[in-house]
Ligand binder design. Structure first.
Ligand SMILES: NC(=O)c1ccc[n+]([C@@H]2O[C@H](COP(=O)([O-])OP(=O)(O)OC[C@H]3O[C@@H](n4cnc5c(N)ncnc54)[C@H](OP(=O)(O)O)[C@@H]3O)[C@@H](O)[C@H]2O)c1
Length: 252
């Protein structure tokens, strides 16, 4: 397997393949070699696209907007090339190569360690014959493999935005509120961890608590009065309404 890119996903993927005994990390291509010099696979890094050797699988892990041009610029044809994006269609890859997707459904930052074996990998190949090869590579680095088409992968990606990106933004708002009222944000951490971990045992709908669920109007009004600006109030009202509508809809 060869990796193309040097960012968050490229580095985690390259490390995972480098550590795998079932698949060989052949090369990592980056237009900027210096970003990867500190990593254990530094000797396999090239900044020359024409120096890419024949691999069974190429994983393009570059910014969504660059996937098309990077795929077009590959100096070979007929090989299996996949990208790692949740929202980019398989068809963005140049048809001169066999096309697929290996979307790791996790949030990656270069400086955060991750147990790649637990990362769900969402796979898609244009040619069903390529699914065996892609699955073999995926199983070499993760125990959590799912096949899905581009539409399903996009739906997963939207769901991930709700479950992770929006939740994280709510943490940021909570931290801001804590700062405004001079209370430490750290006090919320056990609550955040328990909220996330209990949905592995309870469906989210059953795990819901709070004033919106109880339709506790005096508390809701008191909260709204304490919020510092219209953006806070708008988000509070929208989420309160959404919780109440969901509860009603699912009771009917
Ligand atoms: N981060 C996540 O949590 C996450 C999770 C799942 C999937 N993904 C997907 O994984 C892919 C990579 O995301 P990332 O977070 O790893 O991105 P990133 O850290 O921002 O890194 C982007 C990489 O793309 C390269 N690049 C950008 N424009 C390029 C161009 N025109 N030509 C060649 N290389 C170019 C950058 O190279 P330079 O450093 O030289 O600019 C860098 O190596 C994206 O498709 C993303 O949707 C990300």
């Amino acid at each position: 397997v060869s990796i193309i890119g040097s960012g968050n996903v490229a580095q985690h993927l390259a490390k995972a393949f480098e550590n795998s005994s079932d698949v060989e990390l052949l090369q990592v291509y980056s237009r900027n070699k210096s970003d990867l010099q500190h990593l254990p696979f530094a000797a396999k890094v090239t900044d020359n696209p024409n120096g890419l050797h024949a691999a069974d699988l190429y994983v393009i892990a570059v910014s969504d907007s660059a996937i098309r041009s990077v795929a077009e610029s590959l100096p070979f044809e007929g090989r299996l090339v996949v990208h790692t994006s949740g929202s980019v269609a398989l068809s963005e890859l140049d048809a001169k190569n066999r096309r697929g997707v290996l979307y790791p459904l996790q949030t990656f930052s270069k400086k955060r360690k991750i147990d790649f074996g637990q990362v769900p990998l969402c796979l898609e190949t244009e040619d069903p014959n390529d699914s065996v090869l892609l699955e073999k590579a995926a199983r070499a680095i993760s125990g959590s493999i799912f096949s899905m088409d581009s539409q399903q992968r996009k739906a997963m990606h939207v769901a991930a935005v709700f479950a992770s990106n929006f939740t994280n933004h709510l943490y940021a708002l909570a931290a801001d509120l804590c700062e405004k009222y001079s209370v430490p944000f750290e006090i919320l951490q056990p609550l955040i961890i328990e909220t996330a971990s209990k949905i592995s045992e309870l469906p989210p709908l059953q795990a819901q608590t709070g004033p919106a669920l109880r339709n506790d109007l005096p508390t809701i009004d008191a909260h709204l009065a304490m919020l510092p600006d219209d953006n806070f109030k708008m988000i509070y009202k929208t989420l309160t309404q959404s919780i109440q509508q969901w509860q009603k809809a699912t009771k009917n």
